[in-house]
Design a protein around this ligand. Sequence first.
Ligand code: FES
Length: 148
Amino acid sequence: MYTDLVMDHFNNPRNVGTMEDADAIGREGNPVCGDMMELFLKIEDGHITDVKFRTFGCGAAIATSSIATEMVKGKTIEESLLLSREDIAEALGGLPANKMHCSNLATDALRSAVRSYYEAHPEEKPESLDLSTLVPTHDDDEDEEAAG
Ligand code: FES
């Protein structure tokens, strides 16, 4: 049911930890199950140069958090915001349908971190970016919960 890559990231999560000098911190909870993620970003010249995370959650939450940190490291902030939970699941070789909501934690924590970063550094915020759009997306969680 889980791919080898999911098991690998669950057993050996990358970029685990906290960051004393983080430029941005995002914290989000998953309303479906109550699991939590904290994401720490180091940002230089608009690029995410370092990432750390702590996830208090299921195996899929840990695996998706882990691979998401690898996927955003080195990207510009704007590029990182394009990361979807489908991208994360695809990068892991797929997730069971009733575990897709677990990958919301990483994208939501990232949005939360970016929102707090631009609130602290409004001069760096692209004009086209509306911070009110950087909110958790749980559109279809209820369906998944019902499914499984
Ligand atoms: Fe809570 Fe996966 S994130 S069950």
